[in-house]
Design a protein around this ligand. Structure first.
Ligand SMILES: Cc1cc2nc3c(=O)[nH]c(=O)nc-3n(C[C@H](O)[C@H](O)[C@H](O)COP(=O)(O)O)c2cc1C
Length: 419
């Protein structure tokens, strides 16, 4: 099934069932514009032939980034760069979709000391995030407007579709969660109130991009944290999304507090895994699929062709989202679609700094945060190499990659401040 096309509710057709899911690139210039590195990276990925290339977080407001190096599509100054990016990908027949996003409280101090969030609930993670300011009614109206403006801008630039990021603990996901949304007004309290920002954003985006343009939403099946957004709530939100004009629903899970979507993987675990276990959110997606009227894309952990085919054939997912394998073997879909590849590459060892106290399950929250940064840094390193036209470097140590990531992040933040 994997090579079969799919027609979305808006009438747009995608060529096969594979999508490169969003991975933040960190490759923007000091003005937050896309660069030649984006063009090289995505044309490499597009050559593999996955039907959709989803961009990493493209931010709707340059004051609030998920990290420095994010592309921001605010105002028209970066439009030529967005156009050049879309053109290089689409020339080869692939599709480029933009993931549009606001980080809410998950905006690091290096970018903003006072992030904007539903409520003043600070993210305590190694001291990296400031105490947020609770959004006012005017802020919320501005956020809705910015999502719509950004969607219109990426459409104008030639992107084939847009994905609204409402997962992983970013702003829209924070509004959904009673743990981070403690508002007493019409945007907080009941699930209907907590979901109204997401629904307002989708309506505003649809009004700007028209009926034939694909709109996807990335949603958590669960936050996997105590007091957070649950599977039952996710199912109810999907029932509302059924009437909201969503063309593709990507199912994920977790937030910065509980990085379910980003669990370190080891080759040995993947070798031993059964087909049913490899996709982390498939069990949750089955309950979501049972009520969803739009196509579903499950992302997270798919590593074998058999596992992907089983999810498609079982009717549990209509598309397969993949992220980390693209960092190690950027054009694998061509071989997979031709039936010449049954298993995707994963790093030989866990991408961790150590074991016990030094490992990802350390009693110290700082060590846990550092281990996450080591894994992220390792993947960022591969993305930067691909963006520079180089081959991946699987042997780089997570420690080295993490230190390089910190140094570069700091440099990027400084360059932005003085640009
Ligand atoms: C380096 C890296 C960056 C990521 N950036 C984003 C992002 O910008 N937006 C997003 O929705 N998910 C992001 N993710 C999560 C992926 O889209 C995906 O949900 C997750 O990696 C699980 O899929 P996988 O097991 O195939 O890697 C990122 C993952 C990685 C490894």
């Amino acid at each position: 099934m994997i090579e079969q096309s799919l027609t979305l509710p808006c009438g747009h057709r995608v060529a096969n069932r594979l999508c490169k899911s969003a991975m933040t690139e960190g490759l923007a210039d000091a003005h937050d514009h896309a660069t030649a590195a984006h063009q090289r990276l995505y044309s490499t990925w597009a050559r593999g032939g996955a039907a959709i290339q989803l961009s990493g977080n493209i931010m709707i407001d340059r004051r609030y980034l998920e990290r420095s190096g994010n592309v921001v599509a605010e105002g028209d100054s970066g439009l030529p760069q967005l156009r050049a990016w879309a053109q290089t990908v689409c020339e080869g027949g692939s599709q480029l979709w933009a993931q549009i996003s606001h980080p809410g409280r998950q905006c690091p101090r290096l970018v903003n000391l006072t992030p904007l969030a539903p409520s003043e609930v600070q993210l305590n993670l190694g001291g990296n995030f400031g105490r947020p300011r609770a959004a006012t009614e005017a802020d919320i109206q501005d956020i809705i407007q910015r999502f719509a403006d950004t969607a219109a801008r990426v459409k104008e630039a030639g992107f084939d579709g847009v994905q609204i990021h409402s997962a992983h603990g970013y702003l829209l996901s924070q509004f959904l969660s009673p743990r981070t949304n403690q508002r007493q007004d019409r945007w907080g309290g009941s699930l209907a109130n907590r979901a109204s920002l997401l629904l307002s954003v989708i309506a505003a985006v649809r009004a700007r991009v028209g009926p034939a343009y694909p709109i996807a939403v990335k949603l958590n099946s669960s936050d996997f944290v105590k007091g957070g957004f649950t599977l039952d709530e996710s199912i109810q939100v999907v029932l509302w999304l059924n009437d909201a004009g969503v063309d593709l629903l990507e199912v994920s899970g977790g937030t910065y507090e509980q990085l379910e979507f980003f669990k370190p993987q080891a080759a040995s675990e993947i070798r031993d895994s059964t087909r049913e276990r490899e996709a982390m959110f498939l069990e949750y997606a089955k309950s979501i699929k049972a009520v969803a009227r739009m196509p579903i894309m499950v992302t997270g952990g798919f590593r074998t062709l058999a596992g992907m085919e089983a999810a498609l054939a079982g009717g549990h997912s209509d598309m397969i989202g993949l992220a980390r394998p693209f960092c190690l073997d950027p054009d694998f879909p061509a071989r997979m679609l031709a039936g010449q590849m049954a298993r995707l590459p994963v790093p030989e060892d866990h991408l961790v700094l150590g074991q016990g106290f030094w490992g990802p399950n350390s009693p110290s929250s700082v060590m846990r945060a550092l281990n996450n940064q080591a894994q992220a840094g390792w993947y960022y390193h591969q993305i930067e190499r691909l963006g520079a036209g180089l081959a991946p470097e699987p042997d780089v140590s997570p420690l080295r990659a993490m230190v390089a990531h910190f140094v570069k992040d700091f440099g990027r933040a400084l360059r932005r401040k003085f640009a």
